[in-house]
Structures are given as structure tokens and as C-alpha cells.
Write a protein that binds this ligand. Structure first.
Ligand code: URA
Length: 213
């Protein structure tokens, strides 16, 4: 049986759209860009965890005992695709501080634009965990597709993908390779250029986060 592709969630909340606009501007400083990315990541975390399971625990308010719901943050793993994914981590972790973190190091071969892995470190017991893969830009999709394929081999309970920006080419590639992985993004831009950059985009996310250009 074939399944319809998992959804693409465009988070069009006014706060998300406002912050994204400020980040796109070429005159935004590294500090401004990073601060906005941090805030935006918290808002994206809010969306991507919307259907996270909760469990009831017994607590005592100042007035009486009650049952109330909590999440099991430890079951959640944020997987950062290095290096730009790290820019999203801080915001995500401030909302789910108990989450575990994995890292995948992939670089884009400048000639083929294909992803080449140089680092992979995950928490234990991945088969019990829900994974949220983070990378600000879903452009060609090559890195995201390679990272998700690697993670699927660990048989996690679920995988979702969070980015800030994508484009029709990135969405199509990801959905063709991993139709079961839902994509959360703040916008789907017009197109990819011949160098694998998103247009109109926001430039090189890694350089803008870390001030390396
Ligand atoms: N990676 C980036 O940092 N920016 C793009 O536009 C595409 C990929």
C-alpha cells in the first residue's frame, strides 16, 4: 500500500513571518540574525511538538492534589545537521530542555552538491525516540535526505524535519526520498539557483549565524 506524502507544515504565524523577514535582510548583523533565529526556533519547536505524547502525573497545588500532564522530553532527540543546524538547537532546547541531541556532519561537495558525511553521533536507544532533524535551509535536499536515511537505519519511533526556509525543489526531493517525514518550515521560497541557494532566501545560513563571511 502506498501512503500519501507526509504533510508540509508552513508555519505562517505572524510572529514567525515577522522574524523571518528581519532575518532575510542583508543588513541584519550576525548578532541580530542569531537572536532572531533563536526566537524563531522556539516558535518552530512549539509547532513541531504540537502532537507530542503527554502523560498524567500526580501533583499537589497549594490547594489540593490533582492529575496533570507532562511531556517526556527525554524521548525527544533534536538532530542537528552541522553546522547551521546548531543555530536552531538553542531555541529548541530552551523550550524542551530535557531533549537529547544528536549531530550529523555533512558537507556539500561544491561540484556535485551531494552530501558527504564526516560526523555522526547519536544518543543511545534511538529505537525508543522521536527525532526532530533541524537544518535552517532545505535547498537541494541532499544533506537532509542523507541524514534522514542514516537515522532511519537506527529505527526511531518517528522522524520530523524542521527548517526555516525551503523551496519547491527541496520539498519535492525530500518527499520523493522520505514521503513519511513531515516538513515544518516558515516559508517555501520561489526556487533554487544553479549554486544550490534558495531564492530569494537569506543567503548562507551558516555564514550568517557564525559571522564567517
Ligand atoms: N544553504 C544555505 O545556507 N543557504 C541556501 O540558500 C541554501 C543552502
Amino acid at each position: 500500500m502506498t501512503h500519501p506524502p507526509a504533510q508540509v507544515h508552513v508555519v505562517n504565524h505572524p510572529l514567525v513571518q515577522h522574524k523571518l523577514t528581519l532575518m532575510r535582510r542583508k543588513d541584519a548583523s550576525t548578532n541580530t540574525f542569531r537572536t532572531l533565529l533563536n526566537e524563531l526556533s522556539m516558535l518552530m519547536a512549539y509547532e513541531v511538538t504540537r502532537d507530542m505524547p503527554t502523560q498524567e502525573i500526580d501533583i499537589e497545588t497549594p490547594l489540593e492534589r490533582m492529575k496533570s500532564r507532562v511531556i517526556d522530553g527525554k524521548k525527544l532527540v533534536f538532530v542537528s545537521i552541522l553546522r547551521a543546524g546548531n543555530g536552531i538547537l538553542e531555541g529548541m532546547l530552551s523550550v524542551v530542555p530535557g531533549a537529547r541531541v544528536g549531530h550529523v556532519g555533512l558537507y556539500r561537495d561544491p561540484n556535485t552538491l551531494m552530501a558527504v558525511e564526516y560526523y555522526f553521533k547519536m544518543p543511545q536507544d534511538m529505537q525508543e525516540r522521536d527525532i526532530v532533524v533541524v537544518d535552517p535551509m532545505l535547498a537541494t535536499g541532499n544533506s537532509a535526505i542523507a541524514a534522514v536515511a542514516r537515522l532511519k537505519a537506527l529505527k526511531p519511533k518517528s522522524i520530523k524535519f524542521v527548517c526555516l526556509l525551503t523551496c519547491p525543489e527541496g520539498v519535492a526531493a525530500m518527499q520523493a526520498a522520505h514521503p513519511d517525514v513531515a516538513i515544518y518550515t516558515a516559508a517555501i521560497d520561489r526556487q533554487l539557483n544553479e549554486h544550490g541557494y534558495i531564492l530569494p532566501g537569506l543567503g548562507d545560513a551558516g555564514d550568517r549565524i557564525f559571522g564567517t563571511k
